[in-house]
Design a protein around this ligand. Structure first.
Ligand code: SAH
Ligand code: SF4
Length: 350
């Protein structure tokens, strides 16, 4: 695992009284400060050492693009090595903000309908880099006097979180710890890497965040065509894993979500509906979240609104808890599956 800034601070301040390192670590994740220089409780000499050695944010913003409705903002962020990723800020109907963060530069999973999948994989993001997307937007909300605060975080940007297990876990621990984001306000979305799902069941350090599994098809062969990472026996393994998950975490708030992007003629027929209802019942405590497809130039066509409604009603009739995702940010290519680390228009929002 990469050296976190927390560790760098400890090393930098090894000759100082231990409370100094703690002060610096707390300041880094506090919403009050904007730079090391703001932390006036630290002597100036220590602030200068921090400024020279440890970046306040691991990213430099290249651009921030807001949509016309002013409910979605997409940031193109550049890391120290030049890698570029995207993070998205969304305002919900209650006026609170959710930050959608990336966990990798690109993605190796190659899902056919996803713009990130077409990029291939460059590298994992470090825990600090995952957390800094949230810190960037937390400051952005304040600096631009957007009304409300960042309360929710979804790991649904570029990359597959469970393919970057250690750094993601470390980032989650910082989010639920010093950054005070409630674990039920954090959702990790995964394509369903079975070893990763198995690992988190037995991991005492994995925080009690919500999990969403990108299912998208309840027929294994056809799922593999859409999502080449589908392992042999995936659906059976997933149902078995879900049993174990429910036994390990019987609390109701730990329910699982199955994400299902609706693609016309691909996974939206009556047979698909029956397969999905059957799997959902087999898995037990799950909710299905139907996702309208966002255009990515992949050749797929999203299911029409009427088909999505029919699917929703059909699932509900089968006793499955189902919601339809409100898609934000399509007009600035900031919606699910559209993140590809480049901007068409470079506009700086002031
Ligand atoms: N790699 C993780 C998280 C990032 S993708 C995962 O796949 O779950 C976040 C969500 O967006 C996933 O459910 C993904 O399947 C979905 N998605 C990908 N491309 C999409 C598209 N073009 N339209 C709508 N949703 C899409
Ligand atoms: Fe990767 Fe998720 Fe896109 Fe699939 S949908 S390619 S797992 S980011």
């Amino acid at each position: 695992m990469g050296t976190t800034r927390n560790r760098q601070i400890e090393i930098l301040f090894s000759g100082e009284p231990s409370f100094r390192a703690r002060q610096a670590q707390e300041a880094l994740f506090s919403p009050v400060f904007r730079s090391w220089d703001d932390v006036s409780s630290l002597p100036k000499s220590l602030r200068e050492r921090l400024t020279d050695a440890i970046p306040w944010n691991r990213f430099v913003p290249v651009s921030v693009l807001g949509n016309a409705r002013r409910d979605t903002w997409k940031a193109l962020l550049q890391a120290e090595d030049g890698a570029r990723i995207e993070a998205v800020l969304m305002r919900n109907s209650r006026g609170q903000f959710t930050v959608c963060v990336s966990t990798q530069v690109g993605c190796a999973m190659g899902c056919a309908f996803c713009a990130t999948g077409r990029l291939g994989m460059t590298r994992n993001l470090a825990a600090d880099e995952i957390v800094d997307q949230v810190r960037f937007f937390r400051e952005y909300v304040t600096d631009n006097s957007l009304d409300g605060e960042v309360t929710n975080v979804v790991l649904m940007g570029m990359g597959e979180p469970l393919a970057n297990y250690e750094e993601v876990r470390e980032a989650l621990l910082v989010l639920v710890g010093p950054m005070s984001v409630g674990p039920t306000r954090i959702t990790v979305s995964t394509v369903g890497i079975l070893p990763g799902l198995g690992r988190l069941l037995d991991d005492p350090e994995w925080p009690p965040v919500r999990l969403a599994i990108s299912l998208h098809c309840a027929d294994e062969e056809r799922r593999r065509k859409m999502m080449p990472s589908t392992a042999p026996g995936f659906l059976d393994e997933l149902a078995r894993w879900s049993d174990a998950y429910t036994k390990a975490f019987p609390e109701k708030r730990r329910h699982l979500t199955l994400e299902y992007v609706m693609l016309s003629g691909v996974n939206d027929t009556d047979r698909d509906l029956r397969n999905l209802a059957k799997l959902a019942r087999r898995m037990g405590r799950v909710r299905v979240n139907l996702i309208p497809y966002n255009a990515t130039g992949s050749g797929f066509v999203g299911s029409p609104f009427e088909t999505i409604s029919r699917f929703r009603d059909g699932l509900a009739r089968e006793g499955v808890t189902v919601t339809v995702r409100k898609s934000l940010g399509g007009d600035i290519a900031a919606a699910c599956g559209q993140l590809a680390g480049k901007t068409v228009r470079k506009e700086e929002e002031s």
